[in-house]
Design a binder for this molecule. Structure first.
Ligand code: AMP
Ligand code: MG
Length: 422
């Protein structure tokens, strides 16, 4: 599927729409954002702009992984074996400078995290020994390498520990800290413009009249953008009037990505698509066979004066749940791409339905649901909701239950796919 095949009304099945957005993520991700250096903890959720490398071997010495006795495994071939304890090595401890190599028949008592001395090739667990003065009797054999992590076996000095493009989370923070990276290079956060539309939509700081709706979408989207590693720019609310809408769309297109909410259905005052056409936007699709979120628009506008450079936009449906779900399914990956992050596949692990589900076939559904059951036998139960405007129901959900488009009935106990919300 390429943009060449797109017509004025292009409503795609879910998988094709995802594929098309990921193709464009690849293109959008080729524009390298500016780089800044930040203290390690400020890098959480950011995208690494330079690989983090090992500043020394990991581990830096052959590390004992048990409390016990460092020895030559060949000394324990015949049991019982008795060895002479020639000293003790604590974690962080050093050997006498004149110590050469452990001789046959000798052993050091050693603690977890200490360096195994030269000549020793294994650690016998203390539980498998008896001690009397400087004599140690081994009750079990050990094989060469047992309870020792060899120097450099986790990473060699200079090796890449964390690839450029990785989104930093706590495992990467731990590794970078172990490599002494007190600050790291990250990409500047992309600016993601958020443009709410609708005559009925008012600022959340305003007391709405009875016929008005607070602008919740700008806030849920800003939160989603921030979680995806972007810098949300909340634009003014556009009225359902083409002139002002056009001004605000042009303002939004100066950002790295524009997210519109509302005004994309077929209503008489839904001007978003028309205004985008006027400014020569290229539409990549104008709908997806999903629920919630069918009237989803994806496209791009050339950047003025920059050939082959585009600002992408999504026209997200205005219903609050549709806005959030379509962001998760489609817009998030483009935020990550313009943030310089490596592609992140969408995984939908399995869980068993608690109760039967009935739907009309034809659309892939992403229903608000809750995970239950034990960690190794997850279950999923849809949340009762009043449709895609029901924020109260959605706030109770912790996952989306994926209902495929080809059947109408799903029995209790059936294995379904879920997309955790986080
Ligand atoms: P629309 O897509 O413009 O037809 O809007 C669909 C529904 O979403 C309507 O009930 C709107 O009032 C509601 N809606 C649109 N924009 C917002 C917004 N920014 N915040 C909360 N609800 C909205
Ligand atoms: Mg509207």
């Amino acid at each position: 599927m390429t943009s060449a095949t797109v017509t004025a009304e292009t409503i795609l099945p879910f998988e094709q729409a995802r594929e098309l957005v990921s193709e464009h993520c690849e293109r959008a991700g080729k524009l390298v954002p500016a780089v800044e250096s930040v203290p390690l903890l400020h890098a959480v959720g950011r995208v690494l702009a330079e690989a983090v490398r090992a500043d020394r071997d990991l581990p830096p010495f052959p590390r004992a992984t048990r409390d016990g006795y460092a020895l030559r495994s060949s000394d324990l071939e015949r049991l019982p074996a008795e060895l002479e304890v020639v000293g003790q090595i604590r974690a962080g401890g050093t050997l006498p400078s004149d110590f050469g190599s452990l001789a046959s028949g000798q052993t050091f008592s050693i603690m977890t995290g200490a360096a195994v001395p030269a000549g020793a090739d294994a650690v016998l667990m203390v539980e498998h020994s008896e001690r009397a003065g400087n004599r140690m009797r081994a009750l079990r054999r050990v094989s060469a390498g047992e309870n020792v992590v060899p120097r450099g076996s986790e990473a060699k000095s200079g090796a890449t520990l964390i690839e450029r493009g990785t989104i930093v989370s706590y495992p990467q923070v731990g590794l970078a800290a172990a490599a002494g990276a007190a600050s790291v290079a990250v990409f500047r956060k992309p600016r993601i413009a958020i443009l709410p539309t609708g005559d009925e939509v008012v600022a959340i700081t305003q007391q709405p009249a009875q016929n008005q709706i607070r602008n919740s979408n700008s806030f849920s989207l800003a939160a989603q953008v921030a979680l995806a590693g972007g810098e949300p720019l909340q634009l003014s609310i556009a009225p359902d009037e083409p002139q002002r809408l056009r001004e605000l769309i042009l303002e939004g297109l100066e950002a790295d990505l524009l997210l519109l909410s509302g005004g994309v259905s077929a209503g008489e005052f839904d001007y978003v698509e028309g205004v985008l056409r006027e400014i020569h936007a290229e539409f990549l699709f104008t709908g997806v066979q999903i629920q919630p979120g069918k009237p989803l628009i994806f496209g791009r506008v050339p950047k003025p004066g920059l050939p082959e450079r585009f600002t992408y936009f999504f026209g997200l449906p205005g219903n609050p749940i549709s806005t959030m779900v379509t962001f998760e399914l489609f817009a998030k990956m483009l935020v990550r791409a313009v943030a310089g992050a490596c592609a992140l596949p969408l995984h939908a692990p399995g869980a068993r339905l608690v109760a039967p589900v009935r739907v009309k076939s034809g659309l892939t559904r992403f229903l608000p649901a809750r995970l239950a059951g034990e960690w190794n036998s997850p279950q999923v139960e849809p949340v009762r909701w009043q449709g895609s405007g029901d924020l109260a129901a959605f706030a109770k959900a912790d996952c989306l239950l994926v209902v495929p488009p080809d059947r109408e009935e799903f029995a209790a106990g059936e294995m379904m796919c879920v997309i955790p919300l986080c």
